[in-house]
Write a protein that binds this ligand. Structure first.
Ligand SMILES: NC(=O)c1ccc[n+]([C@@H]2O[C@H](COP(=O)([O-])OP(=O)(O)OC[C@H]3O[C@@H](n4cnc5c(N)ncnc54)[C@H](OP(=O)(O)O)[C@@H]3O)[C@@H](O)[C@H]2O)c1
Length: 239
């Protein structure tokens, strides 16, 4: 089993939801974790809570995934702080949902820029460091990357694209010793799409469950790579 202790991890969009759940699981394994957000105060607030766990070490970084320069700076900050990068979790994402005829060009661009181009920018910024560490890239796609639905044109396009992107990147980068995988969750209890998690979400996947899945992947013997992982609530709607 691979140890996660002292591994250096960069999580895009780690201020809440799935990214925060992954950060928490990794901190419990004594990892060094940088979480990003679009705002420094939000990143710092989440980092403060995570540091209170008293295991591992966490820093918050303001870095919009839509900005390639900001991604480079985030990676530089991590390397200045800890000297290496072992894992990139490309998680930051959003969704606009509505019929394609009323979807605005701004909503389309924001979705593709964040969920698809943003992952490419994060990968570009970190790939050299990951070659040096023989590291790991995990993208957070969605079951919306394989199941299309009404009102999902932009989100489906971004996540179908991300699944294809991640699989091609896996083939490109494995020869450098970098492992690349995509996790495709169904419903997770988060603030995604202006949702407020409540007791009614108990049937959904919880962010900590995705955290556990990431821990399991990183601990796996490196000869084996689960490269595309679909994960769904075992009882949809709690029925
Ligand atoms: N919830 C679900 O049911 C579900 C299912 C499948 C896949 N996913 C995917 O899981 C990922 C995380 O979503 P979530 O459910 O955890 O949603 P969430 O609770 O809304 O959290 C989204 C995170 O992404 C960050 N973020 C958004 N845009 C960003 C940008 N341009 N640059 C940097 N950070 C940005 C947010 O940070 P700030 O707001 O602090 O900037 C926040 O930390 C997304 O890619 C989503 O598509 C979610």
């Amino acid at each position: 089993m691979q140890s996660i202790k002292n591994k250096v991890v960069l999580i895009t969009g780690g201020s809440k939801g799935i990214g925060l759940g992954i950060a928490e699981a990794l901190v419990h394994q004594f990892a060094k974790v940088a979480i990003t957000s679009r705002t420094q105060a939000t990143a710092d607030k989440a980092a403060l809570v995570l540091n209170k766990i008293g295991k591992g070490e966490v820093i918050g970084i303001a870095a919009d995934v839509c900005d390639p320069i900001a991604q480079q700076r985030a990676v530089e900050q991590v390397i200045t702080k800890w000297g290496r990068l072992d894992v990139l979790i490309a998680n930051a994402g959003l969704g606009y949902f509505g019929s394609v005829d009323t979807l605005t060009i701004e909503q389309w661009k924001k979705t593709i820029d964040t969920n698809l181009s943003g992952v490419f920018y994060s990968l570009k910024a970190s790939v050299q460091a990951l070659k040096e560490s023989q590291g790991y890239i995990i993208t957070i796609a969605s079951l919306a990357g394989t199941n299309f639905f009404e009102g999902g044109a932009a989100y489906n396009a971004s996540k179908f694209g991300l699944v294809g992107f991640t699989q091609a990147a896996m083939l490109d980068l494995r020869k450098f010793g970098i492992k690349v995988a995509t996790i495709m969750p169904g419903s997770v209890a988060t603030e995604f799409n202006a949702h407020t998690p409540s007791a009614k979400d108990a049937w959904k996947i919880q962010p900590e469950d995705i955290g556990q899945l990431v821990v399991d992947l990183l601990e796996m013997n490196p000869r084996t790579l689960p490269s595309k992982i679909e994960v769904r609530p075992s009882m949809p709607g709690g029925k």
